[in-house]
Design a binder for this molecule. Sequence first.
Ligand SMILES: [Cu+2]
Length: 165
Amino acid sequence: MPMLFWRIPFVVVSLALCAPAWAGDAAPPPVTVSKAWARATPAGAKVGAAYLEIEVGAKADRLVSASTPAAGRAELHTHVHADGVMRMRRLDAVDLKAGESHAFAPGGDHIMLFELKEPLKEGGTLPLTLRFEHAGEVQVNATIAKIGAKSGPGASAEHTGHHKH
Ligand SMILES: [Cu+2]
């Protein structure tokens, strides 16, 4: 039957079109954000900080910005030693090497929140959107630990971001 001759190429083409979708689902995520947490803030405070861990897949990436509906502005910051004093410095982006696990932690890199709309309350959550150059946007909920906490509330903060391109 002549019909068979045009049907076969059609099936082959459909499979070829589907292949990238399968590969995408099976592949490990380009970046995984986990252990996100923030410090509770005292009443009236307009500034806060959030911390997290980024595991980078097989491809290097860059964290280019962060945002949250809870604050007017979020900046990527690091701490640097200058003249024997620890100072914060704003970063335009954070370079992430392939295969690296990059920790944002007190005394190091952090996400600085300005113009907080409400104090961050211990036990609450802070929704964060991270924008990566290659991986796109990753959303994560940071657990809010007590005021002045040095580390996150532990395993309960574990969360894998949802990828949204
Ligand atoms: Cu800062």
